[in-house]
Design a protein around this ligand. Structure first.
Ligand code: SF4
Ligand code: SF4
Length: 396
């Protein structure tokens, strides 16, 4: 039988160093990191194997690895590593590498590697919004126009909201297909029966809307209520709040924009209130994560890549400008003032959507539950192939 050749790639080592701060070269493979990791299992002992694969430059093996997505950066591995090799940070860097590997356009790779590329990309998208706005609504509202006439919600939907929704859908779907090719189809893996795709689909929805694995970062014996009271769930719950707020607001602006522009919001109060709470959630979540990143008190916030900062800042500014816009409508500011506040809001919102969602930090919200789903598919198929389905280890 012909022996499979190991393919190494020295560029990978350079890239991982550029997109994170792990000292993976210091690792001497003691295995402590995998032993203390609350999320690692016997079958998939991360992050130790990723440390060695990275050191060897095994790019293809890493590109087909789902385990970096199963790590939630709780930091136990880094805290206990005797060599200070920062394995948790390596898993973070590998997630950046994987985002670039799934992205066939090559944009993610550039954004992660070059700080200024992200600033330039944001500026280009903001400028594009300005040009499109000028073409659709002009550079100032007509005298005496109402807000609905100056900034027609139908035109916002037609020229801004729906094109961006289609763009994001197409991009993310194609990247996730690429991920599927690399992690599930490649490498002569087990054949997955069609019905397993359906029977395991619950884990995709469940993990997207609960981010349940975050809660397992603390594997102490304490009861859930004690963990809640002592703040051990704070990071998980704030992350969840941020994600749900984001999804609610996105759905709000795409499907109910006219209601947001209505000066009398009483007929739509139920949905408007829902979105007010989501705006508060967005502001609270972004401020919480900015403070954590500034104070660096917990392991997972010790290192911040420029893309981490840009994401949280853009999200904060999007929330803030959205609140100012809504307040300017409710408190009857002059139409010309609202017109420009609206434009500024879109010039912040669109770079956040176009750059962050498919190509940068936001995408991990999509890849994580998908990776858990793919890992479940593989586990389940493996156990079925072995005729041993009752022993299948399903991840949550
Ligand atoms: S604990 Fe540190 S030195 Fe030991 S295997 Fe993990 S990364 Fe390497
Ligand atoms: S950061 Fe936490 S979840 Fe990730 S590998 Fe280390 S110990 Fe495991």
């Amino acid at each position: 039988m012909e022996k499979a050749k190991i393919k190494t790639d020295n560029d990978l080592i350079g890239y991982i160093k550029e997109v994170g701060e792990s000292n993976f070269k210091k690792c001497f493979q003691c295995g402590t990191c995998s032993a203390v990791c609350p999320l690692s299992t016997e079958d998939r002992p991360f992050p130790r194997k990723e440390m060695i694969w990275t050191g060897w430059g095994l790019k293809e093996k890493l590109a087909s690895d789902l385990d970096p997505w199963l790590c939630y950066y709780c930091g136990e591995c880094s805290k206990n590593c005797p060599r200070k090799a920062e394995p948790g940070e390596l898993m973070m860097s590998l997630r950046r590498f994987l985002i670039s590997a799934y992205d066939w356009t090559g944009i993610s790779k550039i954004l992660y590697k070059f700080k200024y590329a992200e600033y330039i990309a944001i500026l280009i998208v903001a400028l594009g919004v300005l040009i499109e706005w000028a073409a659709v609504f002009g550079l100032y509202p007509a005298a005496g126009a109402s807000l609905g006439q100056a900034v027609s919600p139908d035109k916002i939907d037609y020229f801004f909201d729906w094109p961006i929704t289609v763009f994001l859908g197409v991009m993310l779907t194609s990247f996730i297909y690429n991920m599927f090719r690399k992690t599930v189809l490649s490498g002569g893996g087990v054949k997955i029966p069609l019905k397993v795709y359906f029977t395991e689909a619950w884990s995709l929805v469940f993990n997207f809307f609960t981010q349940y694995r975050y809660s397992k970062c603390d594997d102490s014996e304490e009861t859930a209520s004690k963990k809640l009271a002592s703040g051990k769930y704070n990071f998980w719950l704030t992350h969840l709040l941020l994600m749900i707020s984001y999804v609610v607001l996105f759905a709000g602006i795409v499907f109910f924009l006219g209601w947001f522009q209505a000066e009398n919001s009483l007929p739509y109060l139920h949905i408007i209130l829902f979105d007010y709470f989501a705006s508060i959630g967005l502001m609270f979540g972004t401020v919480y994560f900015m403070i954590k990143r500034l104070t660096k008190k917990i392991e997972r916030s010790k290192f911040s890549h420029h893309t981490d900062w840009m994401f949280v800042i853009l999200l904060f500014l999007t929330g803030l400008s959205g609140i100012i816009l809504r307040a300017s409508i409710v408190y009857h500011f002059a139409v010309s003032t609202i017109f420009y506040i609206y434009l500024i809001h879109l010039m912040i919102l669109f770079p956040m959507l176009v750059i962050e969602v498919p190509f940068s930090k936001w995408s991990h919200l999509a890849y994580r539950p998908v990776a858990i789903y793919f890992a479940n598919l593989k586990e389940k198929a493996k156990s079925l192939n072995l005729g041993n389905s009752e022993n299948a280890e399903i991840r949550n």
